[in-house]
Design a protein around this ligand. Structure first.
Ligand code: CAA
Length: 699
């Protein structure tokens, strides 16, 4: 029996089922049907053991996520998994690459599991707003115990093959460097020689939980991390259920919960995020034959917080990096901070001392530009000021080799103006890292007017190498993220003057799902940053209604968390925030001064105004081509600004609300406030009139 994606062949006493469904052997309908057909054939032939493996780079990486929004097609995965578990001959799954989600569930239903070293095994469904839907919640605890099973399913992170062997999740590690099929056949013959019989995982007893209150304690321990999500609570419920009931009953309940999760708006949002994250790595507007340039050595100008963090990204990825500073003192200070950051990582168990020693060997420092003349890429990370940055770029242009890529780490500035001072504007690109650069995943890669396609492509690929999620954006003040933030932060200020308190604004946004409310974010970042930026733009202190409060706080030395006071008061020990009556009085005074009438504001208005400000600006950004796809805007907001993943990002959220509703709400706010910022973006009006979504704009 052979279908396009599943082949069956009898080799001596072993029946081999080989799945070949590139790129990741996802369990699409033809794969499920093909496995069933192969089982039928193997049931009747002379095989004594069935070996299940995959062609290509990986074992099955899960259900086919793109099928989730579509009507189900039989056989479903639970039926396939049951057929494997109840197969009358021993079934061995041979794993390589990644065995994830439904893929691991298939392997769990097999009677024996072996894996190549380097294989990673996991149930990441929770990241898609789902729970394992084909027996994973019932079989995994039977193999590895309740605590490990819960950690794997509520965290979604895979384990290594070596760890899987320790846990009893795999029975045998195959020899590395050997072709999968021949190594697995060797183990299959060994099993037959040992008289191995069928061994259904579902027939095992779940090991008792470590303590009587284990499940309640576990629920409490994940409450914060799983805020707003449906699936984690259900996973705990299902594992608890597995302790008391046979696998068939557990699987029936699991199916119910799975279908509820699969049909939930939050899973739709998280699936959108999965595909958007992959789409944004693909550049749409470069010639198809563009090739990336080799980057073997990197230099970073400026060893401050940003420069040091950026250098760490490269060093950790094994790319030699030179930090450049104006003086030995500054350099030593910067290198010291880098070293201490790595020491903390060792203490937290993220790296071993040996690994850190190797990483630190990748970092050198200099005060002489001549030392970076041969670098393939230089990233400037000096003070955010046009004149200062242009001066650095003149120096770089004069001292770096002709084909060196010059990148500027800027949050707001015009990359065209920076490129213009060099003789190689086609080699200049913007790289907006987020602070702390060694931690934050997001990177806005800014394509200036003259940036060459291969330079853009190189930076996008390099970003992946250093573990970043990169989004290509065009030049405008603040690019995608900070440009959208402006209107959002402005609404927070206006709401305070109109009658809301900082704790109400932050509380409403946090209850809605934001990692942190806008005012708490301001306090965390430091209110002096915005103050200085306004001053640099020539905006006099307290000259505008929407910055009067922030300016006043800074002038009172209330800079935020670092001075234990900002919009809130902070406990110097615990950093917990407390409402401050002094701020409440100050807000009332400023509102009176600007003649802003005060009223009771409800949480719904707060959420509406802040999210609509993002949506309206995001739509303008799309219309201008600053971002290529709505999903790109979402990825920026999800990874750089604490937007809840399960809401899919501001553009996805707009589609979820319906664009006609969005436009109606914007118009209502324009009526209510007479503020021109609520003029609906032309793109929104047009799409709403045509009954379309932002998602329909895919390039
Ligand atoms: N379904 C459909 N498409 C998938 C897929 C899946 N499960 N997994 C990956 N793909 C696609 C990607 O969209 C991408 O397509 P494009 O090339 O068109 O963009 C392609 O496969 C390659 O994927 P990556 O770019 O992510 O490749 P990678 O090598 O960086 O990573 C991977 C490979 C680790 C397998 C990663 O793709 C991944 O984590 N996939 C998702 C795994 C997952 O969540 N599985 C659980 C699914 S839900 C489930 O199984 C429910 C259940 O219990 C029944």
């Amino acid at each position: 029996m052979t279908t396009a994606v599943v082949q069956y062949q009898l080799e001596g006493s072993i029946g081999i089922v080989r799945i070949d469904n590139p790129p990741v052997n996802a369990l699409s309908h033809p794969v499920r049907a093909g496995i069933m057909a192969a089982l039928d054939q193997a049931r009747a032939d002379g095989s004594k053991l069935l070996l299940l493996l995959c062609a290509g780079r990986t074992f099955i990486a899960g259900a086919d996520i793109s099928e989730f929004g579509k009507p189900p097609a039989e056989p479903g995965l639970p039926a396939v998994v049951a057929a494997i578990e109840h197969f009358p001959k021993p079934v061995l799954a041979a794993l390589h690459g990644t065995a994830l989600g439904g893929g691991l569930e298939v392997a769990l239903a097999a009677h024996y599991r072996c894996a190549l070293p380097g294989t990673r095994l996991g149930l990441p469904e929770v990241k898609l707003g789902l729970l394992p839907g084909a027996g994973g919640t019932q079989r995994l605890p039977r193999l590895v115990g309740v605590a490990t099973a819960l950690d794997m399913m509520t965290g979604g992170e895979p384990v290594s093959a070596a760890r899987a062997l320790e846990l009893g999740l795999v029975d045998h590690l195959l020899e590395g460097g050997v072709e999968l099929q021949s190594a697995a056949l060797g183990y299959a013959h060994q099993l037959l020689a040992d008289g191995a019989g069928v061994r259904p995982t579902g027939a095992r007893i779940v090991p008792a939980p470590p303590t009587p209150d284990f499940f309640d304690d576990y629920r409490a321990s994940i409450a914060r991390k799983s805020r707003g999500l449906i699936a984690p609570g259900y996973i705990v419920e299902l594992v608890e259920f597995a302790c008391l009931h046979p696998v068939e009953q557990g699987q029936a309940l699991e199916r119910e919960r799975f279908i509820e999760c699969r049909n939930s708006p939050q899973s739709a949002a998280l699936r959108h995020v999965f595909f958007a994250e992959r789409a944004c790595a693909k550049l749409t507007n470069i010639p198809a034959d563009t090739r990336a340039l080799p980057v073997k050595t990197v230099a970073v100008i400026g060893a401050g917080t940003m420069g040091g963090g950026i250098a760490m990204c490269f060093a950790s990825a094994g790319i030699p990096v030179t930090l450049v500073e104006t003086s030995r003192d500054n350099l030593d200070r910067g290198l010291g901070v880098v070293r201490r950051n790595y020491e903390t990582s060792v203490k937290r168990g993220r790296y071993t001392q040996g690994q850190v020693d190797d990483i630190l060997a990748n970092i050198t420092g200099t005060t002489d530009y001549a030392d970076i003349a041969g670098a393939d890429l230089v990233i400037e990370a000096v003070f955010e000021n046009m004149a200062v940055k242009q001066e650095v770029f003149r120096t770089l242009d004069a001292s770096c080799k002709a084909d060196c890529i010059l990148a500027t780490n800027t949050s707001y500035l015009d990359v065209n103006a920076i490129a213009a001072v060099t003789s190689r504007p086609e080699r200049v690109v913007g790289a907006h890292f987020f602070s702390p650069a060694n931690v934050m995943k997001l990177l806005e890669v800014v394509r200036a007017q003259k940036t060459a396609p291969e330079v853009l492509l190189t930076f996008m690929q390099l970003a992946k190498t250093i573990g970043k999620i990169a989004v290509a954006v065009g030049v405008c003040h603040g690019f995608v993220g900070n440009r959208m933030l402006k209107g959002y932060a402005r609404q927070a200020q206006l709401l305070l003057l109109e009658g809301a308190s900082p704790q109400q604004v932050d509380g409403a946004m946090e209850a809605w799902g934001m990692a942190m409310g806008p005012l708490a974010v301001g306090d965390l970042a430091g209110l002096d940053i915005g103050y200085r930026s306004r001053r640099d733009q020539g905006i006099a202190s307290r000259s505008a209604k929407e910055s009067a409060l922030a300016d006043t706080l800074v002038e009172m030395d209330r800079l935020g968390q670092k001075s234990a006071a900002g919009y809130y008061r902070y406990d110097p020990e615990t950093r917990s925030r407390q409402p401050d009556p002094e701020v409440a009085t100050l807000i009332a005074d400023i509102a009176a001064q600007w003649k802003v009438p005060r009223r009771v504001i409800d949480d719904e208005e707060i959420v509406d105004r802040l999210t609509l400000a993002l949506i309206n600006e995001g739509a303008a950004i799309l219309a201008e081509g600053i971002a290529a796809r709505p999903g790109d805007v979402d990825i920026v907001y999800l990874n750089g600004y604490g937007f809840p993943q399960w809401r899919g990002g501001p553009m996805f959220h707009a589609d979820s609300l319906g664009l006609a509703t969005v436009v109606a709400k914007l118009k209502a706010l324009r009526e209510l406030t007479a503020d021109p910022c609520w003029e609906p973006a032309a793109l929104l009006v047009q799409l709403a009139q045509e009954g379309r979504t932002l998602a329909s704009l895919q390039p």
